[in-house]
Design a protein around this ligand. Structure first.
Ligand SMILES: NC(=O)c1ccc[n+]([C@@H]2O[C@H](COP(=O)([O-])OP(=O)(O)OC[C@H]3O[C@@H](n4cnc5c(N)ncnc54)[C@H](OP(=O)(O)O)[C@@H]3O)[C@@H](O)[C@H]2O)c1
Length: 224
């Protein structure tokens, strides 16, 4: 069975990704920061790795866990929203650093270190971005620090795709919809099961021609 690596899988979209890949018979490595999250992963039959994506040693921890195994899918899901600003309220420096070091830095540190295992498995790499990070279609300013972090994440994904594509690995940035999770809230319009079903279906169909693209969970393309 193929192996999926879901990074940031204690709850929400990440945990549902683990649940659905396991239900389809995949082997899954999920990561979580605390004992409760690790327990939820083990209860789903996943291998559980304790990992904070912001830790400098996170790439080595993942490499050690993977050993020489081949990856069918790697999904970098961990993310935080940060200040719930509406207009142009400047974030304080600690909020800026926390959002950027959680949403952007791990992709730059970890994604390059996944390419060998993805090459072995002819696998695909996805990051959980957000339509809020799209610059071209933007009409609102709410959460502008989060938006900036996801725009930066999209830039990182594009760069990774240029290197990975040459090695036969397709990489995409996903908008999961506005999803009913702790982050999305109860007023969101997409159930987590439906979002993850769409992400998995879309990722499964991604080919080389879609390497380096920004996709919605329903498979439609989103302008950068
Ligand atoms: N929900 C939406 O409507 C929506 C829309 C667009 C994009 N997204 C993106 O989709 C992804 C998942 O969102 P969600 O709605 O499932 O959010 P969520 O319910 O708030 O879950 C966030 C996940 O990220 C993990 N995480 C945060 N910081 C971490 C760190 N430093 N190290 C390791 N794990 C960390 C959390 O782990 P802990 O339990 O340890 O905190 C948790 O598993 C995020 O990247 C988010 O930006 C969500």
């Amino acid at each position: 069975m193929p192996l999926a690596l879901i990074i940031g899988a204690s709850r929400g979209i990440g945990l549902e990704l683990v649940r659905q890949y396991r239900a389809e018979g995949w082997e899954v490595i999920g990561t979580a920061r605390d004992a409760q999250g690790l327990g939820r992963l083990r209860a789903l039959g996943a291998e559980a790795l304790q990992l904070d994506v912001t830790a400098a040693q996170a790439p080595e921890q993942i490499e050690r866990m993977l050993d020489a195994r081949a990856l069918g899918v790697a999904i970098l899901n961990a993310g935080i929203y940060g200040p719930r600003s509406q207009a142009l309220e400047p974030p304080d420096e600690s909020a800026f650093v926390e959002v950027m070091r959680t949403n952007v830095l791990p992709a730059m540190r970890i994604a390059p270190r996944l390419l060998a295992a993805l090459e072995r498995g002819k696998g695909k790499l996805a990051v959980l971005s957000s339509r809020m990070g799209a610059i071209g279609p933007r009409t609102g300013t709410a959460g502008w620090l989060y938006r900036a972090s996801k725009a930066a994440l999209n830039s990182v994904l594009k760069d990774v795709s240029l290197v990975a594509g040459a090695r036969g690995i397709s990489c995409v940035a996903f908008h999961p919809g506005w999803v009913k999770t702790d982050m999305g809230g109860t007023g969101a319009d997409v159930e987590v099961e439906a979002s993850v079903t769409g992400i998995r279906r879309t990722l499964g169909a991604v080919g080389a021609s879609q390497n380096g693209t920004f996709l919605s969970y329903d498979g439609s393309a989103i302008p950068w």
